[in-house]
Design a protein around this ligand. Structure first.
Ligand code: OOG
Ligand code: NI
Length: 453
Protein backbone atom coordinates (compact mmCIF):
# COMPACT_ATOMS: atom_id res chain seq x y z
CA UNK A 1 0.00 0.00 0.00
CA UNK A 2 1.29 3.45 -0.86
CA UNK A 3 2.54 5.47 2.06
CA UNK A 4 0.00 8.15 1.32
CA UNK A 5 -3.03 5.91 1.64
CA UNK A 6 -5.21 5.99 4.71
CA UNK A 7 -5.46 2.45 6.16
CA UNK A 8 -8.92 0.87 5.86
CA UNK A 9 -9.37 0.69 9.64
CA UNK A 10 -8.92 4.43 9.87
CA UNK A 11 -11.46 5.03 7.13
CA UNK A 12 -13.80 2.73 9.07
CA UNK A 13 -13.24 4.66 12.29
CA UNK A 14 -13.72 8.02 10.60
CA UNK A 15 -16.86 6.72 8.92
CA UNK A 16 -18.42 5.46 12.15
CA UNK A 17 -17.67 8.78 13.85
CA UNK A 18 -19.16 10.76 10.97
CA UNK A 19 -22.26 8.57 11.13
CA UNK A 20 -22.49 9.16 14.86
CA UNK A 21 -22.32 12.94 14.46
CA UNK A 22 -24.95 12.87 11.73
CA UNK A 23 -27.31 10.58 13.62
CA UNK A 24 -27.04 12.57 16.84
CA UNK A 25 -28.08 15.65 14.91
CA UNK A 26 -30.89 13.84 13.16
CA UNK A 27 -32.23 12.01 16.23
CA UNK A 28 -31.68 14.02 19.42
CA UNK A 29 -32.95 11.13 21.59
CA UNK A 30 -29.99 9.16 20.28
CA UNK A 31 -27.65 11.83 21.64
CA UNK A 32 -29.35 11.49 25.03
CA UNK A 33 -28.80 7.73 24.90
CA UNK A 34 -25.12 8.19 24.02
CA UNK A 35 -24.63 10.53 26.98
CA UNK A 36 -26.30 8.04 29.27
CA UNK A 37 -24.14 5.19 27.97
CA UNK A 38 -21.01 7.23 28.53
CA UNK A 39 -22.03 8.14 32.10
CA UNK A 40 -22.84 4.54 32.98
CA UNK A 41 -19.59 3.29 31.42
CA UNK A 42 -17.57 5.91 33.32
CA UNK A 43 -19.22 4.87 36.55
CA UNK A 44 -18.64 1.16 35.95
CA UNK A 45 -14.95 1.84 35.32
CA UNK A 46 -14.63 4.12 38.35
CA UNK A 47 -16.29 1.52 40.59
CA UNK A 48 -14.27 -1.40 39.28
CA UNK A 49 -10.54 -0.61 39.03
CA UNK A 50 -9.75 -4.24 38.20
CA UNK A 51 -12.07 -4.15 35.19
CA UNK A 52 -10.64 -0.80 34.20
CA UNK A 53 -7.14 -2.20 34.24
CA UNK A 54 -8.17 -5.29 32.31
CA UNK A 55 -10.01 -3.28 29.67
CA UNK A 56 -7.19 -0.79 29.31
CA UNK A 57 -5.01 -3.70 28.20
CA UNK A 58 -7.38 -4.96 25.53
CA UNK A 59 -9.38 -1.88 24.54
CA UNK A 60 -8.85 1.79 24.08
CA UNK A 61 -10.71 3.25 27.07
CA UNK A 62 -11.32 6.55 25.34
CA UNK A 63 -13.24 4.72 22.66
CA UNK A 64 -15.11 2.35 24.93
CA UNK A 65 -18.46 4.12 24.46
CA UNK A 66 -18.24 4.49 20.70
CA UNK A 67 -20.63 2.94 18.22
CA UNK A 68 -20.17 -0.73 17.47
CA UNK A 69 -22.81 -1.19 14.82
CA UNK A 70 -25.46 0.37 12.65
CA UNK A 71 -28.20 -1.00 10.42
CA UNK A 72 -29.45 -0.16 6.96
CA UNK A 73 -32.07 -1.58 4.60
CA UNK A 74 -31.67 -1.53 0.85
CA UNK A 75 -33.88 -2.31 -2.11
CA UNK A 76 -32.15 -4.16 -4.93
CA UNK A 77 -29.16 -6.33 -5.89
CA UNK A 78 -27.26 -3.49 -7.54
CA UNK A 79 -27.37 -1.59 -4.26
CA UNK A 80 -26.16 -4.63 -2.38
CA UNK A 81 -23.23 -5.08 -4.75
CA UNK A 82 -22.16 -1.46 -4.59
CA UNK A 83 -22.64 -1.49 -0.81
CA UNK A 84 -20.28 -4.45 -0.62
CA UNK A 85 -17.66 -2.49 -2.57
CA UNK A 86 -18.23 0.65 -0.52
CA UNK A 87 -17.71 -1.23 2.74
CA UNK A 88 -14.79 -3.03 1.11
CA UNK A 89 -12.94 0.30 0.94
CA UNK A 90 -13.18 0.33 4.76
CA UNK A 91 -11.95 -3.25 5.11
CA UNK A 92 -15.43 -4.61 5.83
CA UNK A 93 -16.56 -7.92 4.35
CA UNK A 94 -19.96 -9.61 4.21
CA UNK A 95 -20.11 -12.10 7.07
CA UNK A 96 -22.96 -14.54 7.74
CA UNK A 97 -26.43 -14.81 6.28
CA UNK A 98 -29.56 -13.91 8.21
CA UNK A 99 -32.91 -15.08 6.93
CA UNK A 100 -35.35 -12.62 8.43
CA UNK A 101 -38.27 -14.17 6.59
CA UNK A 102 -38.27 -16.69 9.43
CA UNK A 103 -39.74 -13.90 11.49
CA UNK A 104 -42.13 -12.70 8.84
CA UNK A 105 -39.95 -9.85 7.62
CA UNK A 106 -39.50 -9.80 3.83
CA UNK A 107 -35.76 -9.14 3.85
CA UNK A 108 -32.57 -11.09 4.15
CA UNK A 109 -29.32 -9.78 5.46
CA UNK A 110 -25.62 -9.92 6.11
CA UNK A 111 -23.22 -7.91 8.26
CA UNK A 112 -20.31 -6.01 6.78
CA UNK A 113 -17.41 -6.09 9.22
CA UNK A 114 -13.66 -6.45 9.66
CA UNK A 115 -12.61 -10.06 9.84
CA UNK A 116 -9.24 -10.59 11.45
CA UNK A 117 -8.31 -10.11 15.09
CA UNK A 118 -6.06 -7.12 14.59
CA UNK A 119 -8.48 -5.27 12.33
CA UNK A 120 -11.33 -5.98 14.75
CA UNK A 121 -9.34 -4.59 17.63
CA UNK A 122 -8.66 -1.41 15.67
CA UNK A 123 -12.31 -0.90 14.81
CA UNK A 124 -15.05 -3.50 15.14
CA UNK A 125 -17.67 -1.19 13.58
CA UNK A 126 -20.12 -3.24 11.53
CA UNK A 127 -23.22 -2.57 9.51
CA UNK A 128 -26.17 -4.96 9.45
CA UNK A 129 -27.41 -4.74 5.88
CA UNK A 130 -30.81 -6.03 4.82
CA UNK A 131 -32.16 -6.29 1.31
CA UNK A 132 -35.86 -6.24 0.51
CA UNK A 133 -37.21 -9.31 -1.24
CA UNK A 134 -39.82 -7.76 -3.48
CA UNK A 135 -40.86 -11.24 -4.66
CA UNK A 136 -42.47 -11.68 -1.25
CA UNK A 137 -44.88 -8.81 -1.83
CA UNK A 138 -47.81 -10.91 -2.95
CA UNK A 139 -49.98 -8.19 -4.48
CA UNK A 140 -48.66 -8.19 -8.08
CA UNK A 141 -49.56 -4.57 -8.71
CA UNK A 142 -47.85 -3.33 -5.54
CA UNK A 143 -44.83 -5.50 -6.20
CA UNK A 144 -44.45 -4.13 -9.72
CA UNK A 145 -44.74 -0.56 -8.44
CA UNK A 146 -42.14 -1.17 -5.74
CA UNK A 147 -39.74 -2.67 -8.25
CA UNK A 148 -40.27 0.22 -10.62
CA UNK A 149 -39.53 2.79 -7.91
CA UNK A 150 -36.42 0.94 -6.76
CA UNK A 151 -35.22 0.36 -10.31
CA UNK A 152 -35.13 4.09 -10.97
CA UNK A 153 -33.16 5.22 -7.97
CA UNK A 154 -29.42 5.73 -7.56
CA UNK A 155 -28.55 5.98 -3.88
CA UNK A 156 -24.80 6.40 -4.38
CA UNK A 157 -24.15 9.10 -6.97
CA UNK A 158 -21.26 9.53 -9.40
CA UNK A 159 -18.67 10.99 -7.03
CA UNK A 160 -18.93 8.09 -4.60
CA UNK A 161 -18.90 5.50 -7.39
CA UNK A 162 -15.81 7.18 -8.79
CA UNK A 163 -14.03 7.04 -5.41
CA UNK A 164 -14.95 3.40 -4.83
CA UNK A 165 -13.48 2.53 -8.21
CA UNK A 166 -10.42 4.62 -7.53
CA UNK A 167 -9.82 2.91 -4.19
CA UNK A 168 -10.19 -0.49 -5.82
CA UNK A 169 -7.91 0.36 -8.73
CA UNK A 170 -5.17 2.13 -6.76
CA UNK A 171 -5.42 -0.04 -3.64
CA UNK A 172 -6.39 2.77 -1.29
CA UNK A 173 -7.48 6.37 -0.82
CA UNK A 174 -5.46 9.48 -0.03
CA UNK A 175 -6.33 11.61 2.98
CA UNK A 176 -8.18 14.10 0.83
CA UNK A 177 -10.09 11.42 -1.07
CA UNK A 178 -10.93 9.77 2.25
CA UNK A 179 -12.57 12.97 3.46
CA UNK A 180 -14.71 13.17 0.34
CA UNK A 181 -15.44 9.45 0.50
CA UNK A 182 -16.65 9.69 4.10
CA UNK A 183 -18.78 12.72 3.33
CA UNK A 184 -20.37 11.06 0.31
CA UNK A 185 -20.80 7.70 2.05
CA UNK A 186 -22.41 9.31 5.08
CA UNK A 187 -24.76 11.14 2.74
CA UNK A 188 -26.09 7.84 1.41
CA UNK A 189 -27.40 7.04 4.89
CA UNK A 190 -28.92 10.36 5.79
CA UNK A 191 -32.57 10.97 6.52
CA UNK A 192 -34.88 12.35 3.85
CA UNK A 193 -38.01 13.97 5.07
CA UNK A 194 -39.58 13.95 1.62
CA UNK A 195 -40.92 10.59 0.59
CA UNK A 196 -40.76 9.60 -3.09
CA UNK A 197 -44.35 8.32 -3.13
CA UNK A 198 -47.79 9.72 -2.36
CA UNK A 199 -49.45 9.10 0.95
CA UNK A 200 -51.96 6.55 -0.36
CA UNK A 201 -49.24 4.37 -1.76
CA UNK A 202 -47.22 4.64 1.45
CA UNK A 203 -50.17 3.64 3.61
CA UNK A 204 -51.05 0.77 1.33
CA UNK A 205 -47.51 -0.58 1.34
CA UNK A 206 -47.16 -0.04 5.06
CA UNK A 207 -50.28 -2.15 5.59
CA UNK A 208 -48.60 -4.92 3.59
CA UNK A 209 -45.32 -4.54 5.41
CA UNK A 210 -43.91 -1.53 7.29
CA UNK A 211 -40.30 -2.50 6.49
CA UNK A 212 -41.07 -2.62 2.79
CA UNK A 213 -42.55 0.87 3.10
CA UNK A 214 -39.45 2.06 4.96
CA UNK A 215 -37.24 0.82 2.14
CA UNK A 216 -39.26 1.71 -0.95
CA UNK A 217 -40.87 5.03 -0.06
CA UNK A 218 -37.78 7.10 0.72
CA UNK A 219 -34.89 8.43 -1.30
CA UNK A 220 -32.23 6.33 0.30
CA UNK A 221 -31.34 3.78 2.96
CA UNK A 222 -31.37 6.07 5.99
CA UNK A 223 -29.46 4.57 8.87
CA UNK A 224 -32.18 3.18 11.10
CA UNK A 225 -30.13 2.88 14.28
CA UNK A 226 -26.63 3.08 15.68
CA UNK A 227 -25.46 1.09 18.66
CA UNK A 228 -22.76 2.01 21.16
CA UNK A 229 -21.18 -0.42 23.57
CA UNK A 230 -22.26 -0.42 27.18
CA UNK A 231 -20.47 -2.06 30.09
CA UNK A 232 -23.73 -2.45 32.02
CA UNK A 233 -26.73 -2.95 29.80
CA UNK A 234 -29.13 -3.62 32.67
CA UNK A 235 -28.27 -0.27 34.23
CA UNK A 236 -28.72 1.68 30.98
CA UNK A 237 -32.03 -0.09 30.40
CA UNK A 238 -33.13 0.87 33.91
CA UNK A 239 -32.10 4.49 33.50
CA UNK A 240 -33.51 5.17 30.03
CA UNK A 241 -36.98 6.21 31.26
CA UNK A 242 -35.36 8.56 33.80
CA UNK A 243 -33.90 10.42 30.82
CA UNK A 244 -37.13 10.61 28.89
CA UNK A 245 -36.41 7.75 26.51
CA UNK A 246 -38.71 4.80 26.21
CA UNK A 247 -36.88 1.46 26.15
CA UNK A 248 -38.11 -1.82 24.77
CA UNK A 249 -39.54 -4.02 27.48
CA UNK A 250 -36.84 -6.65 27.68
CA UNK A 251 -33.18 -6.97 26.85
CA UNK A 252 -32.71 -9.38 23.97
CA UNK A 253 -30.27 -12.26 24.00
CA UNK A 254 -29.07 -14.45 26.86
CA UNK A 255 -29.78 -13.65 30.53
CA UNK A 256 -27.25 -11.59 32.54
CA UNK A 257 -25.74 -14.72 34.08
CA UNK A 258 -24.79 -16.21 30.72
CA UNK A 259 -21.81 -14.39 29.14
CA UNK A 260 -22.24 -15.44 25.50
CA UNK A 261 -23.08 -13.80 22.16
CA UNK A 262 -24.58 -10.42 22.86
CA UNK A 263 -27.29 -8.71 24.81
CA UNK A 264 -28.97 -5.68 23.32
CA UNK A 265 -31.83 -3.32 23.87
CA UNK A 266 -33.07 -0.12 22.31
CA UNK A 267 -35.50 2.69 22.69
CA UNK A 268 -38.68 2.29 20.70
CA UNK A 269 -38.64 3.66 17.17
CA UNK A 270 -39.78 7.27 16.95
CA UNK A 271 -42.74 8.46 14.94
CA UNK A 272 -41.39 11.34 12.86
CA UNK A 273 -42.97 13.88 10.53
CA UNK A 274 -42.46 13.29 6.81
CA UNK A 275 -43.97 14.67 3.60
CA UNK A 276 -45.63 12.68 0.85
CA UNK A 277 -45.47 14.88 -2.24
CA UNK A 278 -45.95 17.85 0.06
CA UNK A 279 -48.69 16.20 2.13
CA UNK A 280 -47.88 15.90 5.81
CA UNK A 281 -47.62 12.47 7.32
CA UNK A 282 -45.51 10.41 9.64
CA UNK A 283 -43.12 7.49 9.57
CA UNK A 284 -41.78 5.19 12.27
CA UNK A 285 -38.38 3.64 11.75
CA UNK A 286 -35.47 5.15 13.60
CA UNK A 287 -34.25 4.32 17.06
CA UNK A 288 -31.15 4.01 19.24
CA UNK A 289 -29.76 0.80 20.59
CA UNK A 290 -27.06 -0.43 22.98
CA UNK A 291 -25.11 -3.66 23.05
CA UNK A 292 -22.94 -5.71 25.37
CA UNK A 293 -20.91 -8.50 23.79
CA UNK A 294 -19.52 -11.74 25.16
CA UNK A 295 -18.14 -15.05 23.93
CA UNK A 296 -18.55 -16.32 20.37
CA UNK A 297 -20.12 -19.77 20.33
CA UNK A 298 -19.17 -22.80 18.30
CA UNK A 299 -22.01 -24.36 16.28
CA UNK A 300 -22.66 -26.74 19.19
CA UNK A 301 -22.98 -23.80 21.57
CA UNK A 302 -25.19 -21.95 19.14
CA UNK A 303 -27.51 -24.92 18.88
CA UNK A 304 -27.76 -25.13 22.64
CA UNK A 305 -28.43 -21.38 22.81
CA UNK A 306 -31.14 -21.64 20.12
CA UNK A 307 -32.70 -24.65 21.80
CA UNK A 308 -32.91 -22.92 25.16
CA UNK A 309 -34.23 -19.70 23.67
CA UNK A 310 -36.91 -21.68 21.87
CA UNK A 311 -37.82 -23.34 25.14
CA UNK A 312 -38.17 -19.91 26.70
CA UNK A 313 -40.41 -18.74 23.87
CA UNK A 314 -42.59 -21.79 24.22
CA UNK A 315 -43.09 -20.95 27.87
CA UNK A 316 -43.50 -17.20 27.55
CA UNK A 317 -43.41 -14.53 24.88
CA UNK A 318 -42.60 -10.98 25.91
CA UNK A 319 -45.91 -9.08 25.71
CA UNK A 320 -45.91 -5.92 23.58
CA UNK A 321 -47.17 -3.83 26.48
CA UNK A 322 -44.35 -5.01 28.75
CA UNK A 323 -46.76 -6.50 31.28
CA UNK A 324 -44.81 -9.78 31.64
CA UNK A 325 -41.25 -8.42 31.32
CA UNK A 326 -40.14 -9.46 34.81
CA UNK A 327 -41.62 -12.91 34.37
CA UNK A 328 -39.93 -13.29 30.99
CA UNK A 329 -36.53 -12.43 32.47
CA UNK A 330 -37.12 -14.97 35.21
CA UNK A 331 -38.03 -17.75 32.77
CA UNK A 332 -35.01 -16.82 30.66
CA UNK A 333 -32.73 -16.98 33.66
CA UNK A 334 -34.16 -20.32 34.82
CA UNK A 335 -34.07 -21.95 31.41
CA UNK A 336 -30.48 -20.88 30.82
CA UNK A 337 -29.39 -22.66 33.99
CA UNK A 338 -28.80 -25.48 31.52
CA UNK A 339 -26.11 -23.41 29.78
CA UNK A 340 -22.58 -23.41 31.26
CA UNK A 341 -22.18 -20.10 33.06
CA UNK A 342 -18.38 -19.83 33.18
CA UNK A 343 -15.91 -19.57 30.35
CA UNK A 344 -13.97 -22.40 31.92
CA UNK A 345 -16.95 -24.71 31.64
CA UNK A 346 -17.64 -23.53 28.11
CA UNK A 347 -14.09 -24.41 27.18
CA UNK A 348 -14.34 -27.83 28.80
CA UNK A 349 -17.51 -28.54 26.88
CA UNK A 350 -16.02 -27.14 23.70
CA UNK A 351 -18.93 -24.84 22.94
CA UNK A 352 -17.18 -21.46 22.64
CA UNK A 353 -14.10 -20.02 20.89
CA UNK A 354 -11.06 -18.87 22.83
CA UNK A 355 -7.93 -16.88 22.24
CA UNK A 356 -4.80 -18.22 23.93
CA UNK A 357 -1.81 -16.25 25.18
CA UNK A 358 1.36 -16.72 27.20
CA UNK A 359 1.22 -15.82 30.87
CA UNK A 360 4.15 -14.02 32.54
CA UNK A 361 5.20 -17.40 33.83
CA UNK A 362 5.00 -18.76 30.31
CA UNK A 363 7.11 -15.94 28.92
CA UNK A 364 9.79 -16.57 31.55
CA UNK A 365 9.76 -20.30 31.16
CA UNK A 366 12.85 -21.99 29.79
CA UNK A 367 13.31 -25.63 29.18
CA UNK A 368 11.20 -28.40 27.78
CA UNK A 369 7.44 -28.66 28.15
CA UNK A 370 4.84 -30.89 26.59
CA UNK A 371 3.33 -28.97 23.75
CA UNK A 372 -0.20 -29.71 24.79
CA UNK A 373 -2.43 -26.72 25.29
CA UNK A 374 -4.31 -28.24 28.24
CA UNK A 375 -1.10 -29.06 30.07
CA UNK A 376 0.27 -25.61 29.39
CA UNK A 377 -2.88 -24.11 30.89
CA UNK A 378 -2.76 -26.48 33.86
CA UNK A 379 0.87 -25.48 34.51
CA UNK A 380 0.01 -21.79 34.35
CA UNK A 381 2.14 -21.08 31.27
CA UNK A 382 -0.79 -20.29 29.02
CA UNK A 383 -4.12 -18.63 29.68
CA UNK A 384 -7.14 -17.87 27.53
CA UNK A 385 -9.98 -15.41 27.08
CA UNK A 386 -13.14 -15.90 25.07
CA UNK A 387 -13.18 -14.56 21.53
CA UNK A 388 -15.73 -11.76 21.39
CA UNK A 389 -18.82 -12.44 19.32
CA UNK A 390 -18.72 -10.01 16.41
CA UNK A 391 -22.00 -10.90 14.72
CA UNK A 392 -25.72 -10.58 15.34
CA UNK A 393 -28.49 -12.56 16.95
CA UNK A 394 -30.74 -13.79 14.14
CA UNK A 395 -33.79 -14.15 16.35
CA UNK A 396 -33.01 -10.92 18.03
CA UNK A 397 -32.61 -9.10 14.75
CA UNK A 398 -36.08 -10.27 13.81
CA UNK A 399 -37.33 -9.11 17.18
CA UNK A 400 -36.03 -5.65 16.47
CA UNK A 401 -37.70 -5.46 13.13
CA UNK A 402 -41.06 -6.50 14.44
CA UNK A 403 -41.23 -4.65 17.70
CA UNK A 404 -39.87 -1.42 16.36
CA UNK A 405 -41.62 -1.14 13.07
CA UNK A 406 -45.13 -2.08 13.98
CA UNK A 407 -47.33 -3.21 16.78
CA UNK A 408 -48.39 -6.42 15.09
CA UNK A 409 -47.22 -9.68 16.47
CA UNK A 410 -44.48 -11.37 14.50
CA UNK A 411 -46.08 -13.65 11.98
CA UNK A 412 -44.62 -16.65 10.33
CA UNK A 413 -45.48 -15.45 6.86
CA UNK A 414 -42.62 -16.51 4.68
CA UNK A 415 -40.79 -19.72 4.93
CA UNK A 416 -38.09 -20.14 2.33
CA UNK A 417 -34.44 -20.00 3.13
CA UNK A 418 -32.47 -18.49 0.32
CA UNK A 419 -28.87 -17.80 1.07
CA UNK A 420 -28.07 -18.63 -2.53
CA UNK A 421 -30.42 -15.94 -3.85
CA UNK A 422 -28.81 -13.48 -1.49
CA UNK A 423 -25.31 -14.40 -2.60
CA UNK A 424 -26.33 -14.11 -6.23
CA UNK A 425 -27.61 -10.62 -5.52
CA UNK A 426 -24.43 -9.78 -3.64
CA UNK A 427 -22.26 -11.16 -6.41
CA UNK A 428 -20.21 -13.38 -4.12
CA UNK A 429 -20.55 -15.66 -1.12
CA UNK A 430 -20.80 -14.41 2.44
CA UNK A 431 -18.06 -15.53 4.81
CA UNK A 432 -18.85 -18.04 7.54
CA UNK A 433 -18.60 -16.45 10.96
CA UNK A 434 -17.66 -19.83 12.45
CA UNK A 435 -14.70 -20.18 10.08
CA UNK A 436 -13.47 -16.73 11.09
CA UNK A 437 -13.60 -17.46 14.83
CA UNK A 438 -11.99 -20.83 14.25
CA UNK A 439 -9.12 -19.17 12.37
CA UNK A 440 -8.53 -16.62 15.15
CA UNK A 441 -8.50 -19.39 17.75
CA UNK A 442 -6.17 -21.59 15.72
CA UNK A 443 -3.75 -18.75 15.03
CA UNK A 444 -3.52 -18.02 18.76
CA UNK A 445 -2.85 -21.69 19.60
CA UNK A 446 -0.20 -21.97 16.87
CA UNK A 447 1.52 -18.86 18.14
CA UNK A 448 1.63 -20.12 21.72
CA UNK A 449 2.87 -23.56 20.68
CA UNK A 450 5.55 -22.07 18.43
CA UNK A 451 6.95 -20.33 21.49
CA UNK A 452 7.56 -23.65 23.24
CA UNK A 453 9.16 -25.32 20.27
C1 OOG B 1 -31.75 -4.43 11.53
C2 OOG B 1 -31.87 -5.14 12.79
C3 OOG B 1 -30.62 -5.95 13.12
C4 OOG B 1 -29.47 -5.94 15.40
O1 OOG B 1 -28.89 -5.28 16.26
O2 OOG B 1 -29.84 -7.11 15.59
C5 OOG B 1 -29.73 -5.30 14.10
C6 OOG B 1 -32.88 -3.51 11.15
O3 OOG B 1 -33.78 -3.20 11.96
O4 OOG B 1 -32.82 -3.03 10.00
O5 OOG B 1 -29.20 -4.24 13.92
NI1 NI C 1 -28.85 -3.33 15.91
Amino acid sequence: MSRNFIPPHEIRTRFSRAMSVMYREEVPAYGTLLDLVRDVNDKVLADDPALKKKLSESDNLERISEERHGAIRIGKPEELQTMSRLFGVMGMKAVAYYDLTQAGVPVHSTAFRAIDAEELSKSPFRVFTSMLRTELITDPDMRAKCEEILEKRDIFGDELRFLIEKAEKDGGLSDEDTDTFIMEATNVFKWHEDAVVDKDFYLKLKAIDPRAADIVCFKGPHINHLTPRTLDIDEVQRQMPLHGINPKNVIEGPPPSCPVLLRQTSFKALTEPVKFHGVEGEHTARFGEIEQRSAALRPEGRSLYDKLLNEVREKIKPALDGSNAAEYMQVLEETFQAFPSTHEAMREQNIAYFQYFLTEKGKNHHGAVTRNINNLIRDGLVDYIPIVYEDFLPVSAAGIFSSNASDHDTKDLFKSSSQEDFENALGHEVLSEFDLYEAIEKASIDKVLRYFK
